[in-house]
Design a protein around this ligand. Sequence first.
Ligand code: SF4
Length: 383
Amino acid sequence: MPLLQYDIEEPSKAGALSALLCSWYDIKKRDLVWRQTQDPYSIWVSEIMAQQTRITAVLPYYIRFMEHFPTIQDLANAPADDVLKAWEGLGYYSRAHNLLKTAQIVVNDYNGKFPTDIRLIKKLPGIGDYTAGAIASICFHQPEPAVDGNVLRVFARLYDSSLNISEASTKKLLTVFLRTIIPTDKPGIFNQALMELGALVCVPKNPSCPVCPVRTLCKAYEQGKQNQLPVKSAKKDVKQLDITVLLIKNAKDQILMRQRNEKLLNGLWEFYMVDQALDTAGAKKRVQGLGYTVTDIVSVGKATHRFTHIQWNMNGYQCEIEGGKPPSLTGYEFMPIEELQRLAIPVAVQFYKDWLIGSGATQVALEDLLSVHGLFNSSRPTG
Ligand code: SF4
């Protein structure tokens, strides 16, 4: 009977767990900017940004995004290109598309105010059970669980559960269980305390059990099994894809660009790219095949970028060509190099953009923003 793996033997344990967690959170929580508000717009943006990205990496992006779009109305009225640009660097760009769609629905259908009914919140694009639970509990004080990977890991250890946390059924069981123990007087604090414990103490590898506020209740700690749990499925193999990036520059110093319409990186701008590893001669031949005369070609270097299930192994060349007309390929156009600063360009090919601009300006701008807010951190998310 799997549910028993999360059962609490003594009724007092649920109360003790909640009390210990919430007191610890009160003292130890990080002073994050979105924790100073219960405004649903701010909480929603922060939760979407924090998915699959470390909080410390999210902070500068969050500040920049909220400066661009201080209200949900500002976001709803923004062009998609502006939203993608503000999201640039965070990766998982479908989240940015969904943010825009949800903002438009909230403004048009709910008069600019987030619905409070969790069933309606879950119907908004890009909002799943976890985010809906976070918004409902933090902003509207509803006893709704918010179960993410951190919470699944913490409970697998607390209750010495051998359930596979990669399975949707495990998440459902834990959600049902949490509904029975979530404190109705402070559901938002309880959920945030659990997330914080998973992020700071009960981390995936080598959890800091000696300083854990709930170690006296933890079965895994009692049995020395904390590093064996949770049980999860092995990661799928990452597909390797060889790509040649061609920075095709015409006599007017313009670069051939295309706005992607594929599901991956939809709406972002990229250079002319070929799904094949080409040497210099092959790259030159490819550009000539577009109808151009190549006057010079230089190797720019290699870069790799890993998405969730695929890795791009890129090799780049800059090709100087005569003439300036775009090839007869749908979606391509020549753009002045300065325009690259305005366009939303995937992190994956940022190396080539910086090479063209020659200044690493994106990173500098980000670090400037961090310094202004006293938040400089050299590590950055992938995406
Ligand atoms: Fe996690 Fe260790 Fe705390 Fe148990 S005692 S909840 S394993 S940090």
